[in-house]
Design a protein. Structure first.
Length: 265
């Protein structure tokens, strides 16, 4: 009764089922690894934000320093004077709500200890009437200031971040110390400071960036479980199809036998 499994149609169906099983298992583990990466990221951010602040140049003490993942989001401080002459903005960035597109304002801070210059992301400002015009930006505080912020790594082109040329003066697509060092010739320490507080406090400043979300673990674990449930359903579904086919064939055979008996000699 199960000889139909040797037919071309059923052999192809069986082959598809056999190939689907390892594929869906792999997709489940892919989602699991994404879940684990999200959890690790959240734990890193939470730990970094609660660690005591340290001087910026105690972590990034040289030009071209690539901020490692373990130090990203670490709370740092820096004391010095702003260099507004080399200030620039980074295009196509959203405000804290994510609804408005504008610019990040990046101003170099010359460290008081003479060890170099730090790029400071002072926050977000809205776009002006023309994308070609430099936006209206609150002036930097004069004199020596002490900044507190989050250590961030240089941005690199990829994904939604594109490094295209031909932009208006003092407008860029990336926050990159390597790029800015070539532009200005300054000795820039690797990475940048994402500002959270200034002492003394300025009268006006760009919209500070919010603390990164480190509570949302995303849907990846649920997706992993769904893929593995689908994996389990493949052989069950195949067996249900086989039993149904066998039942239908038995029914057809029985009906044919009854019809044959009913035919007069």
């Amino acid at each position: 009764m199960y000889r139909f499994l040797l037919s071309r149609r059923w052999l192809v169906t069986l082959l598809i089922a056999v190939l689907l099983i390892p594929a869906t298992i792999r997709l489940g583990f892919w989602q699991l690894h994404r879940h684990e990466a999200r959890v690790d990221r959240n734990e890193l951010i939470a730990r970094s934000l609660t660690d005591p602040p340290v001087p910026y140049d105690s972590l990034s003490a040289a030009p071209g320093f690539a901020v490692p993942k373990a130090l990203t989001w670490r709370t740092v401080t820096a004391t010095g004077q702003y260099d507004p002459a080399h200030e620039f903005v980074v295009r196509k960035r959203t405000d804290s709500s994510g609804d408005k597109i504008g610019y990040f304002v990046i101003t170099p801070l010359v460290l008081a200890d003479g060890r170099g210059t730090v790029l400071v992301n002072r926050g977000w400002v809205e776009s002006g009437a023309s994308a070609a015009a430099y936006p209206s930006v609150p002036a930097v505080p004069t004199g020596e200031v002490t900044l507190t912020g989050r250590l961030r790594a240089d941005e690199a082109a990829g994904g939604s971040l594109k490094d295209r040329g031909g932009l208006p003066d003092r407008q860029f697509n990336l926050i990159s110390t390597v790029q800015q060092a070539k532009e200005t010739g300054a000795t820039l320490l690797g990475g940048y400071l994402e500002l959270t507080a200034t002492a003394p406090a300025p009268a006006d400043q760009p919209e500070l960036l919010p603390e990164p979300n480190h509570s949302d673990i995303g849907p990846h674990m649920a997706y992993a479980i769904q893929w593995w449930l689908f994996t389990a359903m493949i052989p069950v579904g195949f067996w249900v199809m086989v039993r149904r086919e066998a039942k239908d064939r038995r029914k057809e055979a029985a009906e044919a036998e009854v019809a044959a008996v009913a035919v007069p000699a």
